[in-house]
Each structure stands twice: as structure tokens, then as C-alpha cells.
Design a protein around this ligand. Structure first.
Ligand SMILES: Nc1nc2c(ncn2[C@@H]2O[C@H](COP(=O)(O)OP(=O)(O)OP(=O)(O)O)[C@@H](O)[C@H]2O)c(=O)[nH]1
Length: 736
């Protein structure tokens, strides 16, 4: 009895200490993302993480379509992840907020958005393929955002798997300074575990567990000694780790070369090793490499340990804007989702201060207050109400009306103004550095595909508008516009992107709609500067008006379209007249004179707007449309088409001729062909019009029997040659 009392009071004391520490220091948080090439195993790995951390009782399986992270019907059907979803679970006293990122090229905006709120990432590679084209794209994006990374070589169970080749490809193709922390354990040609070179333990997973709810949960740990087979290799690998770190950090070199255990890798203190691996990961001087097989449930627990041990805590990442907010709230909306029960919900990353339920916040970008409906923490597609979310953590909010992805949220208008004042003072004192008080917004590229949408019955119109409204708020790369004829045009970043949006409109929002064929979004742009000034006589309800408008259109290097009247000018002497005219310019720019495509890469200046007092604003807008069209005629517009960067890596040289022949037929310009390694693999870098690349991924897969990797990325717009313009005009005529 006394014993029970002693134990329970000790436990109480310990519990109080944990609670007290948490209050003082906050929970240890890791905001991480998983990034990789499509099919490398992100979803499978995430499911295993949730299973071993105790959040799900039964493991989901991507091939059966019952995973927690991929929950949209369209994701389940295709077996791919199309939307970032955040999830939070605990591992070793730390709370891991995991943001799943899609691997498909059409969703790079999603990847970009999640990368902005991550403090660290796990990059997953297929051990039989090493670095694939898409993983390079995502790696570069992570480089741009300075995100510390761990590499996980997955699928080690495959017969073609090679740990050494995969690590080599990381070094070669990503220029990563890899630090190998584990070696694979192979027995009877089967991958069964890893050797941890830091703790010098061998971990083996029992492959004969019958109960599916125990799969991979238990594994045998064996402390290695000199008598173990391969001891010499393992000590050599540990020595390599220490030497690599010594080259970067003098403190490690001192420890390694001095003292009683100098040069003895076996005796080098594990605590020091872990400390410097962490430092190197945060400094991004090294990339720790681990391996496993998510599908066979091997290596997940050590991967989670490494996430906690080596990836940064939120407070270790410096954000320059934070200096202006001290302990008051600053946060960023990084995702808007439509939830069936809750309506629009916003995923928010808190950088400083607290988010409290029931309060209001100030949206800096929208310059308006938003009232927090419910404040929740996240668990896949389930959310739990909470009273407060502290700095460094991720929250889900319902009830916001105007907030969209990328908006900065702060405590109040006063707090924002105080931050601006502080920044101004600092700006005066030191003219260098970044003085922005908001987080930089994600740059949304111009959409490259579009289609028309029509409802079968007018009763469905309201529902369609609601669906489009929600989808555009969720994903800023989706746009819905109304053309001159009153038809709704939906545009997006890729064929798959468009297909998924239309499917969601039909299934999730239950709108019975017809979607026209998906077409490439061409653009028009001025080739020369043009100035046009004219006076127009107008009669409306027996009143005569003379409206004079002057406009200048110039070609610009910026790729965007003019969508906001305030982009058009600084107000002349009559701001209202000017605003009406600017609206007309924006409207005229939505349909160019050449083929009716939006005009982009142009800057516009209103030079004059004059009209008699009392002239209706609508009349000024209509006149400005006419004047802009006339000015566009003078600006000799070119037709632009979207182009893609193509990167193809072939296994074997013999496929090269076929691929090049096919690319030539698709009007591609080949920029470079080079040998990508010593095994006869070739890399082709090219650029081609998006319209010519329809269905190319599956064509390449079948023509090479899967022996080529493809990465496609929209690279921008190019001027269409006269010959090709003629060809496209004919096509469009036939199409119409
Ligand atoms: N052999 C083997 N197959 C695996 C392993 N991990 C995942 N897979 C399989 O690889 C395929 C892709 O796995 P996912 O987890 O969906 O990959 P993903 O990276 O999430 O894919 P996207 O969401 O489409 O980007 C599935 O068929 C998995 O069963 C592994 O360790 N070994």
C-alpha cells in the first residue's frame, strides 16, 4: 500500500513537472512536411507514422483506398494525394504537425504553399529509382525556402533497390551533402532492418507477425559489439560521419583529434554526435540519410526519432517580420478547405502570440476584422475544439468570411499599425534588410487551361456559383470568370487539376453541370507601346455627353494580366471618373482583339478622363472599353502560348532516338542531352508548347515500357510564330 502511495505521488510530481514545463516552454513542436516524387510512398509512410504513434488503430493502405491522409473521393479513386491536409500527432514528447504535400506537377502551388509554413521536411525517395525528376523540382523549392531536410530512402524491400546508388544520386543530382546515419540489413536477399550508426544498434523487424494490428510495431534491438559480423564496416561508416562533421565544425574536429579517445569512432560520444548532426541539419550543411520500407513497416520508428532529434523547433527558425510583433499575434492562413459540416475552414500557422477562441483578428491583406467562429486543432479530416493555439503551432478556424490562402493575420488593427511604425523607425535607422511586416504572398501563376461550365437547369445556378466561390478560395490557382457572352469559364494549372475541380463540383457540391472540352489558355500581349486619345459622343435618355479618354499601353516583362483597376493608374483630378474608366480598361483586357484571349504582360496608364458633370459611371466604363480596344489595335498584339519545361531521364541510351523523334513532332526545342550517370542513363532537357504535350506522360510510359522518368513544369508563355498562329487560328475555327 505504502509502495503504491509512493509511486503514485512520484507520478503526480512528474506529471506536475511535465505540465509546468509545458506551460513555461510550450510543447516541443515540429512542423514538417513530406515531399517526394509521385508514388515514392509519402502517403504509405504517413499512415505508418500515424499507426506507430497510436493515432490510428488499423493501418490504411493506399492500394485499397482507405488511408487517413488521402480522403477526397478523387484522391482515393486515383491513389494520389491532391490536397495538402495537416495532421498532428505525438512522438517522444514532441507534437509533430505533418503537412502532406502532393507530388503531381499540377499541384506545385499546393507544395509551394505548404513549404512556406514548414520548419523542416522529410524527402522520400524510391530506393530502386533514386532521385527522380519531380523530386528535384520539389527539392529546389525547399532550397528556395531554406528548409532543413532529412532523406528517407524508401522501398528498400524491392529487388532492384540500391541504397548506395540512391545516396549517390542524391549527391549527384541534388548536390546534397549526404550524411549516412543508417545501413540496411539484408538477410537471405530480404531487407529486414537497419543498423543505426549513431547508437551502434541493429534493429530487425519480425516479418512473420500474424496480427495485422501489430505489424512492425515491435522490433528487436541488438547492441553491436566487435564480435558481430560486419563490425569493421560499421565502425568505418561511423568514422565517416565524424569526419564529415569535423570538416564543417571545428568543435567536432577538436573532440575527434584530441582527448583520450582521439580517433576512436566507437568511443565518440553519441550525445555530441547527435548534437552536431542536428546543428548541421539546421544549418543545411548536411542532409542526414535514413532508409526503410514503409510498405513492409520497416524503419518508420527510427525515422520519427530522427524527425524529433534533428529537425528544428519553430522558434529556431528566424522570420524577419517577427521582430515587429513581439508577443502579439502574427499568423498566416496557408490553406482554405471546404468542410461538409463546418463550411469553409482555414488552416493557420501561428508565428507569435496566441490565437484564442471566440475573439477577433485583423486580416492585414483584406484590411478587415474577422471573427473566429471555432478554433480547432487538427487530426486528418477531424478537428478538435480548443481554447488557444500558441506560437509555432497550427490551427484550424471556422467562421472567417474573407480570408484566403496567403493572408497575414494579426491581433488587431492597432497592433498592425504599431508594427508598421516600428518597421518605419527601423527603416530610417538602417537602410538595409527586410522591413516587411507581412509574410510574402505565394506568387500565383497564370492558369494554362480553361473550359466552359454550364448548368443543365437554372435552379442549379446558385449552387454552381457557391461551388466556384469555395473552390477559388481554397485554391488561388483556380479561377472562374464570366466572358462577354455571359458564359462561365473555369481555368486551372493542368489537365488533371481541371478534371479534379470539375469532378468535385459534380460529386462534392452535387451540381449537375456540363463542362466543355479542356482548352489551352492562350494570351495576347502588346508588342509596341501605343498611346491613344479620343473624344466620344454618347447619348443616353436624350442627354448628350462627350467623354474624352487617353490611354497608354506598354509591353511589360511581368507575366500577369491586369485584373485590378488600381493597377491602371494613380487617380487623376476626378478619382470617381478615373475609377469608372479603369474598370473599363480591366474589362477590355479580359478579351483581346486578336483571338479574344486575355491580354497580359502589359502596363497601362490612363492619361486623361474627361466628362460632363453627371455623366453616368457605366457610360464612362463602356467608353473606356472602346478606347482600350482601339489602343490595343495600335499596340500590335502578339499571341502567346504557355510552354512547359520537360526533363526526361531514360534508363538506357537505346530509347533516346524514339523519344527525340516524338518530342520533335510536338514542336519541342531540345536544350540539352547529357549522360546522367555512369550507367548509360540519359537526361533530356527541352521546352514545348503545353498544347502539344497533352497525354504525353502516358505516351512516354507506354513507348518506353516505363523506362523513363518525366518532369513537366509550366515555365511561362512564348510568342507564337506567324506560321503557328495561322495553324492555331485554323484549329480554333474548326473547333468553333
Ligand atoms: N515495394 C514497396 N512499395 C511501396 C512502399 N511504400 C509505398 N509503396 C507502394 O508505392 C505506391 C505509391 O505509394 P503512395 O504512398 O501512394 O505514394 P505517394 O508518394 O503518396 O503518392 P502520391 O500521393 O500520388 O504523390 C503504392 O502502390 C504503395 O503500396 C515500399 O516501401 N515498398
Amino acid at each position: 500500500m505504502t509502495f503504491i502511495k509512493t509511486v503514485s505521488s512520484r507520478l503526480c510530481r512528474q506529471f506536475r513537472k511535465v505540465v509546468w514545463n509545458r506551460r513555461k516552454y510550450g510543447t516541443e513542436i515540429r512542423n514538417i512536411g513530406i515531399m517526394a516524387h509521385i508514388d515514392a510512398g509519402k502517403t504509405t509512410t504517413t499512415e505508418r507514422m500515424l499507426f506507430y504513434s497510436g493515432y490510428i488503430k488499423k493501418m490504411g493502405d493506399i492500394d485499397s483506398g482507405n488511408t487517413v491522409m488521402d480522403y477526397l473521393p478523387s484522391e482515393i479513386e486515383r491513389g494520389i494525394t491532391v490536397q495538402s491536409a495537416a495532421i498532428s500527432f505525438h512522438w517522444n514528447e514532441a507534437q509533430i504537425n505533418l503537412i502532406d504535400t502532393p507530388g503531381h506537377v499540377d499541384f506545385t502551388i499546393e507544395v509551394e504553399r505548404s513549404l512556406r509554413v514548414l520548419d523542416g521536411a522529410v524527402a522520400i525517395f524510391d530506393a530502386s529509382r533514386g532521385v527522380e525528376a519531380q523530386s528535384r523540382t520539389v527539392w529546389m523549392q525547399a532550397d528556395n525556402h531554406n528548409i532543413p531536410r532529412l532523406a528517407f530512402i524508401n522501398k528498400m524491400d524491392k529487388t532492384e533497390a540500391s541504397f548506395t546508388n540512391s545516396v549517390d544520386s542524391l549527391k549527384r543530382r541534388l548536390k546534397a551533402n549526404t550524411l549516412i546515419l543508417q545501413l540496411p540489413v539484408i538477410q537471405d536477399c530480404q531487407y529486414i532492418g537497419v543498423v543505426d550508426l549513431i547508437t551502434m544498434e541493429r534493429m530487425e523487424w519480425d516479418m512473420n507477425v500474424v496480427n495485422p494490428n501489430q505489424h512492425g510495431r515491435k522490433y528487436n534491438k541488438h547492441k553491436l559489439t566487435r564480435t558481430d559480423e560486419g563490425w569493421g564496416n560499421m565502425v568505418a561508416a561511423r568514422t565517416s560521419i565524424i569526419e564529415q562533421l569535423s570538416d564543417i565544425y571545428d568543435e567536432v574536429a577538436l573532440l575527434w583529434l584530441d582527448g583520450e579517445n582521439a580517433g576512436n569512432a566507437e568511443k565518440f560520444p553519441t550525445v555530441e554526435l547527435k548534437k552536431w548532426i542536428r546543428q548541421g541539419t539546421l544549418d543545411q550543411t548536411i542532409v542526414p540519410v535514413l532508409c526503410g520500407s514503409s510498405f513492409k513497416n520497416i524503419g518508420i520508428q527510427p525515422l520519427l526519432d530522427a524527425v524529433v532529434d534533428y529537425l528544428p523547433r519553430p522558434e529556431q527558425i528566424q522570420h524577419s517580420f517577427l521582430q515587429y510583433y513581439n508577443d502579439t499575434l502574427s499568423a498566416m492562413a496557408f490553406k482554405v478547405l471546404h468542410d461538409k459540416r463546418l463550411g469553409s475552414i482555414i488552416f493557420v500557422r501561428v508565428y507569435s502570440g496566441h490565437l484564442r477562441s471566440g475573439g477577433t483578428i485583423y486580416n492585414v491583406n483584406k484590411q478587415s476584422e474577422e471573427k473566429i467562429g471555432r478554433l480547432m486543432s487538427v487530426y486528418a479530416d477531424e478537428y478538435k475544439d480548443t481554447k488557444q493555439i500558441e506560437a509555432g503551432n497550427i490551427a484550424v478556424i471556422s467562421g472567417f468570411q474573407n480570408t484566403v490562402t496567403g493572408d497575414t493575420l494579426v491581433e488587431s488593427k492597432e497592433a498592425f499599425e504599431a508594427a508598421v511604425n516600428k518597421a518605419n523607425v527601423l527603416h530610417r535607422q538602417q537602410d538595409d534588410g527586410n522591413h516587411s511586416v507581412v509574410l510574402a504572398a505565394v506568387k500565383i501563376p497564370e492558369p494554362v487551361f480553361f473550359c466552359s461550365v454550364e448548368v443543365y437547369s437554372p435552379t442549379q445556378e446558385k449552387a454552381l456559383r457557391h461551388a466556384l466561390d469555395v473552390l477559388c478560395r481554397e485554391d488561388p490557382s483556380v479561377r472562374a470568370t464570366i466572358d462577354d457572352g455571359g458564359s462561365i469559364m473555369l481555368s486551372g494549372m493542368g489537365e488533371l487539376h481541371m478534371e479534379i475541380i470539375s469532378e468535385r463540383i459534380k460529386t462534392e457540391f452535387k451540381v449537375d453541370a456540363y463542362f466543355g472540352p479542356i482548352q489551352v489558355a492562350y494570351r495576347e500581349c502588346p508588342s509596341v507601346q501605343a498611346t491613344h486619345k479620343a473624344a466620344y459622343k454618347r447619348t443616353i435618355l436624350d442627354s448628350n455627353y462627350e467623354i474624352e479618354i487617353g490611354i497608354q499601353i506598354s509591353p511589360s516583362a511581368e507575366a500577369g494580366t491586369v485584373t485590378d483597376p488600381s493597377q491602371v493608374l494613380k487617380p487623376l483630378y476626378n478619382p470617381e471618373l478615373c475609377h469608372s474608366a479603369a474598370l473599363g480598361v480591366v474589362q477590355a483586357f479580359q478579351q483581346g482583339n486578336l483571338l479574344g484571349y486575355p491580354v497580359m504582360s502589359a502596363t497601362v496608364q490612363l492619361l486623361a478622363v474627361r466628362a460632363k458633370r453627371g455623366c453616368p459611371p457605366g457610360l464612362v466604363t463602356a467608353t473606356a472599353i472602346k478606347c482600350t480596344r482601339e489602343a490595343l489595335d495600335k499596340a500590335a498584339c502578339d499571341l502567346l502560348e504557355p510552354v512547359m519545361n520537360i526533363e526526361i531521364t531514360t534508363r538506357g541510351e537505346n530509347l533516346l532516338q524514339n523519344i527525340l523523334g516524338d518530342l520533335a513532332k510536338r514542336q519541342a526545342k531540345v536544350h540539352n542531352i547529357e549522360s546522367s550517370d555512369n550507367e548509360g542513363n540519359m537526361k533530356i532537357v527541352a521546352e514545348a508548347p503545353v498544347s502539344e504535350m497533352k497525354g504525353y506522360a502516358s505516351r512516354l510510359r507506354s513507348s518506353t515500357s516505363g523506362n523513363a522518368d518525366l518532369s513537366l513544369q509550366i515555365s511561362g508563355y512564348q510568342v507564337v510564330s506567324e506560321e503557328r498562329k495561322h495553324h492555331l487560328k485554323n484549329l480554333m475555327r474548326n473547333f468553333g
